[in-house]
Write a protein that binds this ligand. Structure first.
Ligand code: NAP
Length: 301
């Protein structure tokens, strides 16, 4: 039976792919905030009144909460705004879910960990965030955990398509620089698990279909630094990898404490019989083709 699903942050990078994946077989509605989208309601999720009113007027089975400020630097510069977007919006949505008997799926991050565990983190490890982004997302997890039957999905660094009205994505900027023979310095200290938003959306659809509960890590099990990631992208695009320079010391402006290796284990996912999302080596080709297709589509419009 189709379920009535709300995706908050539907206009964002991950939300866009989640809406697409869930729309096959469900009735999906979405929220945006600053962006106008003909199918979405413009809601300020920091306003408890607006959130309550939406839940009172719309009958829902599930809410996938993607609203956040995922920019680590911006969160550090404005902790109050980060708390409003990452923690308070989750409290507003979680309380509305409790009142209306709606299942909550909360999207969280590997930044709730300090990155010091040599073997990475399972769902039972205790979070210890190092910076404002991680702390406010952890507060969001605590609010979400009060909703009966909730699912909290922790994700690693993501790559996806460009959000209309925003600047180029990291991949697009990198390709652009390399096409112009501009050298690019990329971090070579922090190990990440870059994962395509499209793969997360497909897995999330399956997790929701199985009504999974608790905490679930969804991350590619291929680790790499931004430098190694950039090299994969350049090579797949036929651009010179020699223009990329590994950065092994933090840039002077960046005083934010970041986890060196906040590795999300996929052990629970595998126990559930679900294959972890593919890594960059396997997905870089299809991903670059999807960007190219997007460019061609916009050129035709
Ligand atoms: N990006 C990553 O690498 C990454 C990694 C791990 C986890 N995550 C998590 O994944 C989720 C989605 O991230 P993303 O990268 O897709 O973020 P994003 O592209 O920045 O999208 C953020 C979304 O939140 C909406 N929003 C912002 N302020 C709002 C407000 N006051 N009221 C209602 N909506 C508001 C935005 O709407 P408008 O654009 O219309 O204003 C947008 O739809 C977040 O929970 C993030 O913490 C992201």
């Amino acid at each position: 039976m189709p379920r009535r699903i709300l995706v908050t942050g539907a206009s964002g990078m991950l939300g866009t792919d989640i809406v697409t994946a869930l729309s096959a077989g469900n009735e999906v509605t979405g929220w945006s905030n600053t962006q106008h989208h003909p199918d979405y309601r413009r809601i300020d999720a920091t306003s408890r009144r607006q959130v309550d009113q939406f839940f009172a007027e719309n009958s829902l089975d599930i809410c996938v909460h993607c609203v956040a400020n995922a920019d680590v630097q911006a969160c550090e510069s404005d902790p109050e705004s980060a708390a409003r977007l990452n923690a308070e919006t989750t409290r507003n949505v979680a309380e509305a879910c409790i009142r209306h008997g709606v299942k909550l799926v909360y999207i969280s991050t590997e930044y709730v960990f300090d990155g010091a565990a040599p073997d990475g983190y399972t769902e039972s490890h205790t979070p210890r965030p190092l910076q404002v982004y991680g702390r406010t997302k952890r507060q969001g997890e605590i609010h979400a955990s009060r909703v009966p039957g909730q699912l909290t999905v922790r994700l690693p660094v993501l790559y996806g398509g460009r959000v209309p009205g925003r600047g180029p994505t990291w991949t697009e900027s990198l390709l652009h620089a390399l096409e112009r023979d501009t050298p690019v310095e990329l971090d070579d200290r922090f190990e990440r698990q870059p994962t395509w938003t499209r793969d997360i959306a497909g897995l999330l659809d399956r997790a929701i279909g199985r009504d999974l509960e608790g905490i679930l890590h969804m991350a590619s099990q291929e680790g790499m630094t931004k430098y190694a990631w950039g090299r994969r992208i350049a090579a797949a695009a036929g651009l010179p990898t020699s223009l990329l320079r590994p950065l092994r010391t933090p840039p002077p402006a960046s005083g934010i404490a970041k986890p060196v290796r906040p590795w999300l284990s996929a052990a629970r996912l595998e126990l559930l019989g679900m294959r972890p999302p593919a890594g960059v080596s396997e997905r870089v080709g299809p991903f670059l083709r999807s960007i190219e297709a997007g460019r061609t589509d916009s050129a035709r419009r």
